[in-house]
Design a protein around this ligand. Sequence first.
Ligand code: COA
Ligand code: MG
Length: 285
Amino acid sequence: MTIRPRRSVLYMPGSNARALEKARELDADCLILDLEDAVAPDSKDLARKQVCAAVSAGGYGRRELVIRINAPDTPWGEEDLAAAVAAGPQAILVPKVSRQEDLAGPAIAAAGAEIALWAMMETPLAILNARSIALHAEHPAAPLAAFVMGTNDLARETRAGFGESRQAMVAWLSHCVLAARAHGIDIIDGVYNDFRDEEGFRGECAQGRLLGMDGKTLIHPAQIAPCNEAFSPSRDDIAWARKIIAAFEEPENKGKGAITIEGRMVERLHRDMARRTLAIAEAMG
Ligand code: COA
Ligand code: MG
């Protein structure tokens, strides 16, 4: 079981040279170097050049590099795609995906380059079509590896609000978690815009984790540490996982399907979950 931590996924505008440089030192698991909505139309060419030069130059260590291109039907889309494939990040993030066919062009371009695709889930149609989009995970050459929830676009497109706890969006987020799990891909939660509000941010991280998210997209370096903490197994999680594994090793429990530990019913499925918890903890160091 190889597990790639994708707890903290930091966006940065491709036009911001300082951010691209700084990101080599930041403790984020993944970096999304953005050519799309964080970049003004006048800066698109500059951003493309800077991002591709930064990816080619490397120096990002264990951080997973993802380039977010402009949608293929925009004036920049095709050039972004060709340049991103040539630069060779680990993944290309395709925005405004609404149906599986929207990944076909990027998949053809990325085929043979060992680049995965990630999909922005940010239109009403994307939510309705989540399952068929997730099916792109089975693509032989450029498979889909992750959904990224675009909650700001969803709010705009649906006219729903965020409210205190995103109650209007929970159904959409959960629906996408199901589609992602059904097809074995990761899912990263949307951003928390108010980056000076650490308490509110922590609350939303906890909510995302409860919903089954693998991590959260971030907009500011200050969000990285609390996010890593929220999406890592806690000391208690790890201790409990060890207890479960040890209990099933006991000779008297070898033949049992369900046992009791500290007054709680524990089944073999919990042992599988415990193994995953330990594997995640190990992958995160
Ligand atoms: N990635 C990398 N570095 C970042 C960063 C990011 N997303 N956001 C800020 N920084 C850096 C700044 O360059 C600055 O570095 P320095 O002090 O070494 O010069 C430092 O962190 C502190 O930045 P700060 O002054 O607090 O923020 P700001 O006012 O410069 O920028 C934003 C605020 C929101 C404009 C900026 O964080 C940003 O552009 N975020 C990403 C937006 C984005 O990509 N959106 C698209 C998807 S929703
Ligand atoms: Mg968007």
